[in-house]
Design a protein. Structure first.
Length: 87
């Protein structure tokens, strides 16, 4: 049986500023607000226009932005389980 951490991202959506929704290749869906963890980083996207430019990274393990910010899906999974945002 495949581990969650052997999965890859198949799609990403940006429902609102700093909120991300990912779907993994095992059909798991995770929604997380990244603002508390990353808002103080200079390269963290500050506007929704910049936020929605995120793309699935090479290897499909992360989301990357043109600003230089990136986040691995395991961090999104961890936040999602503690935040309980709706998918």
């Amino acid at each position: 049986m495949k581990s969650l951490y052997d999965s890859k991202i198949t799609s990403v959506e940006f429902p609102s500023l700093h909120v991300i929704k990912i779907v993994l290749d095992n059909n798991s869906v995770f929604v997380a607000d990244l603002s508390d963890d990353f808002r103080d980083l200079a390269f963290f996207p500050k506007s929704f226009d910049d936020w929605k430019l995120g793309k699935i990274g090479v290897g499909r393990f992360s989301i990357e932005w043109p600003t230089g910010f990136d986040v691995h899906f395991d961090h999104i999974v961890e936040l999602s389980s503690s935040q309980n945002l709706s998918a």
